[in-house]
Design a protein around this ligand. Structure first.
Ligand SMILES: [Fe+2]
Length: 217
């Protein structure tokens, strides 16, 4: 391996010199947050949302939560417009963004949909693959007071997805919560701990998740 190639391969571990926020006094102090896992966020095309929802509607009982494994037949239907093709493309974008090189191959191992109603939770967990993600297909109408309610760990908001890393470490951030929004897609390392607190409200919280293996350098 040439020296240039070796350096290129190592560059994926280098953080970027980006300012997260700054003080408004003089001279200002800049705050950088260079370390840690990266979470990618993008939008799902509406044709895909409709396609998945229509399929899942036929497999779930209205008003009852549950989990639906998406078959290969369904996931591959549509060629370039298929669910598998779209998700693999987002994983490729994520890997290229994070590692600055193309993955050799992406294997989608499993795609499934989780349907939840009020007072059900997704306990904190990680996934078995290299890369995981979540796509929001439906969101409930959540009691607004409860949605913002914080419990013993700041940031663990009801119905939100909460990502956690490293526990409590002073002078370090270890939690982030995202409100589920229909059409939003998050992609993250499969080892990153995450979960969702139960919500109070009406309607369904429906999300798609996946596990993928990434072969690369
Ligand atoms: Fe998950």
């Amino acid at each position: 391996m040439s020296e240039a190639e070796r350096l290129r391969r190592l560059s994926k571990y280098e953080a970027r010199d980006e300012v997260l926020f700054r003080t408004d006094d003089t001279p200002e102090m800049e705050f950088l947050s260079p370390f840690g896992p990266l979470i990618g966020r993008t939008q799902v095309p509406s044709y895909l949302l409709e396609h998945i929802n229509e399929h899942v509607d036929g497999l779930l009982q209205p008003g009852k939560g549950g989990e639906v494994q998406l078959s290969e037949e369904f996931s591959l239907t549509g060629g370039d417009d298929s669910l598998v093709h779209w998700v693999a493309k987002q994983i490729d974008r994520y890997v290229r963004g994070v590692e600055r090189s193309d993955p050799d191959s992406i294997q989608l191992q499993r795609l499934w949909v989780v349907s939840q109603y009020a007072e059900t939770s997704s306990p904190v967990h990680f996934h078995s693959g290299d890369i995981s993600g979540v796509m929001y297909l439906r969101v409930p109408s959540v009691d607004s007071q409860q949605a913002e309610q914080r419990n013993y760990i700041s940031g663990r908001k009801a119905g939100y997805i909460n990502f956690m890393i490293g526990g409590k470490q002073r002078f370090s951030r270890s939690l982030i919560s995202f409100k589920p929004v229909v059409g939003e897609f998050l992609v993250f390392p499969g080892w990153l701990l995450h979960g969702a607190e139960p919500f109070l409200g009406t309607g369904e919280r429906r999300s798609l998740a996946f596990n993928a293996g990434v072969v690369g350098e």
